[in-house]
Design a binder for this molecule. Structure first.
Ligand code: ZN
Length: 407
């Protein structure tokens, strides 16, 4: 808890049930509000640590926290459990798994095992909740700036050619996933490839790297360790990469050879842009790497400039011998800790027409007991005709369908 205490005021007065009390048993909403409140407190703490003003209402607790507090307080009362007394009590509860809270919460078994705070930072569950509430400002800000810079490189270099814009976007999106570390020499090559410059003469691709990476002065051969699976850097050979779903247990030594600068991915880029992209890459690589699909399957990564993660077209031949698209499948891959919160936030973009729509889960999520059931229950009636499958099942389906229709 530590520094958070500084942000905590006196206990809330709970004289009336909060707005929406009729749905007070919706514990996911309560958890989302508390997560949003915690995110607000943490970002104020960071701003204060950086010596910056945190804006009006400095000393007040975030409104989401107050609402979450109030809902939970009433929930305890309704359950006949003595409510916690003040914000400090509730903050202390946030460091414990939700299953240990005094009031029995209606959350999935998996989510009940999570706390909201871990080592003074948002837990993955709280992070997902805060983002659903639009409150994890730092993460969203970095993520949005990276995507914005990516789109800009694609737009200026692709010009009027929409296909070129899409292609450049997909190439660079992939490069960010493939390059947790980048040298100035490599960046120069990228600049020769994507030459457009802004009014200050800087290439847009350099701007992207400045947003997504942190530069470090380094000259000559630099050795570093990286995970053989996700390619994230690790401090020593025995350390785990900590990347969700990465099953690799081995490290490899790499040598970078910068002229003067080595770029390392910003923590937020790694967490919110690099890591979630790994599952998309695995699917793409599993299909591209299968020579039996040549000419039968066409793949488009990030179609519609990231409206979806992958468009899979299964091809055939018309009676008069022309190639035709027989099936169009859309793929949105999601790697999130809470199935219930994912189900509540998931939407399918209307901009791309598909015969079938797939919400694809990485294996480490899909294998969790109850995850798929919780997700589909939450999607039910909210999002129509989206099929939930795991990454391995999807690739099997594509291969089987391509074989079948191409006969
Ligand atoms: Zn890894």
């Amino acid at each position: 808890m530590g520094v958070l205490q500084a942000a905590v005021g006196e206990d809330d007065a709970n004289t009336a049930p909060p707005v929406g009390a009729a749905h007070i048993e919706d514990d996911y909403l309560t958890v989302t509000l508390l997560s949003a409140g915690l995110a607000g407190m943490l970002s104020r703490r960071r701003l204060a640590a950086a010596g910056q003003h945190t804006g009006p209402g400095d000393g007040l607790l975030p409104p989401a926290w107050r609402l979450g507090f109030s809902r939970l307080w009433w929930r305890c009362l309704m359950e006949g459990v003595p409510p916690f007394e003040n914000d400090l009590n509730l903050l202390a509860m946030c460091t414990h798994p939700l299953v240990a809270w005094p009031v029995p919460l209606s959350l999935s078994d998996e989510d009940l095992q999570s706390s909201l705070l871990a080592d003074g930072e948002l837990s993955p569950l709280a992070e997902q909740g805060a983002r659903l509430a639009g409150a994890d400002v730092e993460a969203e800000w970095i993520e949005n700036r990276v995507y914005e810079a990516l789109r800009r490189v694609a737009e200026v270099n692709g010009g009027d050619d929409d296909c070129a814009v899409e292609r450049i976007y997909a190439v660079l999106r992939r490069r960010i996933i493939d390059h947790p570390v980048l040298t100035d020499r490599e960046l120069s090559r990228w600049e020769r490839e994507f030459r457009c410059v802004n009014s200050s003469g800087q290439t847009y691709v350099r701007r992207l790297v400045e947003v997504a990476y942190v530069p470090r002065p380094a000259q000559g051969k630099q050795q570093y360790l990286r995970c053989t699976g996700c390619k994230n850097t690790i401090p020593d050979p025995g350390a785990a990469c900590g990347t969700a779903g990465c099953t690799a247990t081995t490290a490899e030594q790499k040598t970078a050879n910068p002229l003067a600068v080595l770029f390392e991915q910003h923590r937020a880029t790694r967490r919110f842009v690099h890591d979630p992209g790994l599952v998309e890459n695995r699917i793409f690589d599993a299909l591209v790497g299968d020579a039996t699909l040549d000419g039968k399957v066409r793949l488009t990564a990030y179609p519609g400039v990231d409206a979806l993660d992958l468009l899979i077209e299964i091809l055939g031949t018309s009676d008069d011998g022309h190639p035709v698209v027989l099936r169009t499948w859309g793929v949105d891959a999601k790697d999130q800790v809470s199935a219930r919160l994912l189900g509540r936030s998931f939407t399918w973009p209307d901009s791309i027409r598909c015969d079938r729509r797939f919400l694809v889960l990485p294996m480490h999520r899909a294998r969790h007991p109850g995850y798929v059931g919780d997700l589909t229950a939450e999607l039910e009636g909210r999002v129509d005709s989206v099929e939930v499958v795991d990454e391995e099942r999807l690739t099997r389906m594509v291969k089987a369908t391509a074989r079948e229709v191409a006969r």
